[in-house]
Design a protein around this ligand. Structure first.
Ligand code: SF4
Length: 245
């Protein structure tokens, strides 16, 4: 697509970044930050309508509209992330990529921001692609999870089935790392070796140097992401060869 053809789609796709302080322009007030995308995509919109939309979205994300002339440094981390979410929602997107949107925040603020994102999803029918390393956040917010290792998807499954019956050896190891205070027999899977450098990926399955089930095929052939039924996809030779269930 040309830039012109892409334009209507850009408004439908928005992004929320990890560090709200770095992703907001420190020289722009909240008003300027929030009106920029909407004026860009609707050049004919009137000034009063822009003001109303800015005030409305601020209320929705829980930031007092009377602070509209303040700069990012005058807000707390949680408030700044609320403003980033407001900026993404200004153009009524359908799809939002949220890249570690709560990992820079305190735990108590994390819960508020997650609830805000889930409310916005319900009210606006949004689809999120939520990128995070925090498994409790994944479990709380997702309906479908893709587990990645060194940039490749190893398993893609509905959230409940992924947490209750993981298939891929890496997913097993990942979930076993969640501490369980009540189960003293809880077994952690200790992976051997180090994570290879992402700029020089190993051949075959990128996990083969650390996988307890690796065989010779794993070191030369990249496993395909195969459908296992019930919406579960796994990329693993051991599962394909029925060495693993
Ligand atoms: S393809 Fe081989 S190395 Fe990769 S996860 Fe499966 S068994 Fe392990």
């Amino acid at each position: 697509m040309t830039q012109q053809q892409m334009l209507p789609y850009r408004a439908k796709m928005q992004m929320i970044f990890q560090d709200p302080y770095a992703s907001l322009n420190p020289r722009m007030t909240v008003q300027q930050t929030l009106e920029e995308p909407i004026v860009f995509h609707n050049p004919s919109i009137s000034g009063s309508e822009v003001k109303d939309r800015v005030a409305g979205i601020m209320k929705q994300v829980g930031v007092d509209p009377k602070w509209v002339d303040r700069y990012p440094h005058e807000f707390s981390g949680g408030q700044r992330q609320r403003i980033s979410i407001a900026r993404a929602l200004m153009v009524d997107p359908e799809f939002v990529v949220a890249d570690e949107p709560v990992s820079a925040l305190d735990v108590s603020v994390q819960a508020q921001i997650l609830n805000l994102l889930m409310d916005a999803q319900e009210q606006r029918g949004l689809t999120y692609m939520f990128i995070t390393h925090d498994l409790s956040v994944v479990r709380h917010i997702s309906s479908r999870v893709a587990v990645m290792y060194l940039g490749r998807v190893c398993e893609l499954a509905p959230t409940t089935s992924l947490f209750e019956s993981p298939k891929h050896p890496y997913t097993h190891a990942l979930l076993s790392a969640i501490p369980d205070l009540y189960d003293h027999r809880h077994k952690y899977i200790k992976l051997k070796g180090e994570v290879p450098t992402p700029i020089d990926l190993p051949p075959g399955c990128v996990f083969h140097g650390r996988c307890p089930h690796a065989n010779e095929r794993c070191s030369r052939e990249i496993p395909a992401l195969n459908h296992q039924g019930q919406g579960v996809y796994v990329a693993c030779h051991a599962i394909e060869e029925r060495r693993l269930k």
